[in-house]
Design a protein around this ligand. Structure first.
Ligand code: SF4
Ligand code: SF4
Length: 448
């Protein structure tokens, strides 16, 4: 079924998905040393469950969840715990983690744990099993999924939205997961529907990915009544609030949650992982990642052990000698990485590498000419022009109080259309960071 994107603004950049969308998911080898952070998710870090020198099975607990907003961390390989120490992460922050050396001769089979039987498990037992599997939002947010499923008192899920609208240019992770793991996606939908007693379930994709949605629907027994919504390919269609708007014609109130309008939105790769792991009582040890861009030789979709150093991954796929920058995520919402010595973690769905040929011609910023293009492009109706001016004057409090900086989800549409090449999103991120620091000193709520 077709519906128009229910948001104004947005942009239509080149999708650059052709290079990898036909590439089947390939299994990655194990790096000689895996760096497994104990905090790969929103919330509290896991607590170490092993000691230096321990030998672990693949899938064994490396870290236990510390509280309700935390998840366990499982061993991505059978191996030896070399060290438990600080390690670099893509966020730029050093976190405690496990340096794990995989056993070279191991079969790396994953022993099964306690299965969660779909037919007999209670909703609470399914949510507990999702927590035990260490599942977080694989679309990038890495928010613990079980916490999302524990609904506030009096709230009801009218629509469970399985988000396959992979709108970020270059990335094809969700697309390949839908095509190749359609049975896992359907099983995951059934677990989730039972867990939250959702009235309806719908899979949302952009038009370019409609054949992947067909694969999922073909795998779903008709009596499940799973719906599909094919939305126009229009960036940033996959953003949670915009998707809810498109499907329910409802607006999540500022500062509110999707459940306030009866919606629950879960990324499709997360749903597939639930369907893949719960029947075997296993935890996340690997994930599918798109590695692509003009700087990559063997671009593709890879199933990569958690903790694989990015440098190892890039050596494996091969890079152009003129490699100049690697983006975590796509070029719109992603960020260039300061270091390649960081591990791949649960929330990472792709890397895009660029060469000097693409980056050397980047324009320097010019003054704002008040053309208003950024205002037209903002899908939330914010005023990026004014926000940018305030950012340059250090008026971060005013950005938040009068111009709704905390609503900005850094989609990059404003910067994309700006003829003066003003790095608006970078300015907004810096302002938010400044506000976070100020808030942590005063104990206010933190802008995200
Ligand atoms: S980055 Fe923020 S201000 Fe700019 S278009 Fe996106 S939501 Fe609007
Ligand atoms: S698009 Fe750029 S130049 Fe035009 S109003 Fe916005 S910030 Fe100014």
């Amino acid at each position: 079924m077709w519906r128009r994107a229910a948001f104004t603004g947005g942009i239509d950049p080149q999708t650059h998905k052709e290079r990898t969308r036909r590439e089947p998911i390939r299994q990655f080898p194990f790096a000689p040393l895996l760096l497994v952070p104990l905090k790969q998710h929103a919330g509290s870090a896991a607590l170490p469950a092993v000691r230096e020198g321990d030998e672990v099975e693949r899938g064994e607990l490396l870290g236990r969840a510390d509280g309700d907003l935390s998840v366990p961390v499982h061993a991505p390989a059978a191996g030896r715990v070399e060290r438990i120490a600080l390690m670099p992460t893509v966020s730029g922050v050093m976190v405690e983690g496990v340096y794990l050396a995989p056993f070279p001769g191991s079969t790396q089979e994953v022993p099964s744990g306690k299965p969660c039987d779909l037919d007999t498990a209670t909703p609470a037992a399914i949510i507990d099993a999702i927590a035990d599997a260490g599942i977080v939002g694989l679309g990038g947010a890495a928010f613990p999924t079980h916490a999302k499923l524990r609904l506030p008192e009096g709230k009801r899920v009218r629509l469970l939205i399985v988000n396959g609208a992979e709108c970020e240019p270059y990335l094809t992770t969700d697309y390949r997961v839908m095509l190749e793991q359609s049975a896992d996606v359907v099983r995951g939908m059934r677990y989730l529907r039972k867990a939250v007693a959702a009235d309806d379930v719908v899979l949302a994709v952009e038009a370019w990915a409609s054949e992947a949605a067909d694969a999922v629907i073909t795998a779903a027994p008709p009596e499940l009544g799973i719906g599909v919504r094919v939305l126009p390919t229009h960036y940033p269609q996959g953003a949670e609030k915009l998707l809810i708007n498109a499907l329910l014609s409802a607006e999540v109130p500022p500062g509110g949650l999707p459940i306030d309008v009866g919606a629950l939105c879960v990324n499709v790769a997360t749903v597939a992982e639930i369907g893949r792991l719960l029947p075997f009582g296993r935890g996340i040890q690997e994930r599918v990642v798109t590695i692509t861009g003009p700087g990559v030789i063997d671009a593709g979709n890879y199933r990569i052990p958690i903790g694989t150093p990015l440098r190892f991954a890039l050596e494996h796929v091969g890079t152009d000698p003129a490699l100049s920058s690697v983006f975590l995520g796509g070029p719109m919402m992603g960020q260039p990485l300061a270091s390649l010595d960081v591990p791949i973690t649960k929330g990472i769905s792709g890397f895009v590498a660029f060469t000097l040929a693409e980056t050397k011609g980047r324009q320097r910023p010019w003054p704002c000419i008040h053309c208003g293009r950024c205002v037209t492009a903002c899908p939330l109706g914010l005023n990026p022009c004014q926000l940018g001016l305030l950012a340059r004057h250090g008026e971060v409090e005013l950005m938040r109080s009068d111009f709704h900086l905390d609503q900005c989800f850094e989609c990059g549409c404003c910067a994309y259309v700006c003829p003066s090449h003003i790095p608006l999103v970078q300015e907004f991120r810096a302002a938010k960071a400044q506000l976070r620091r100020a808030d942590s000193r005063t104990g206010n709520d933190v802008a995200t």
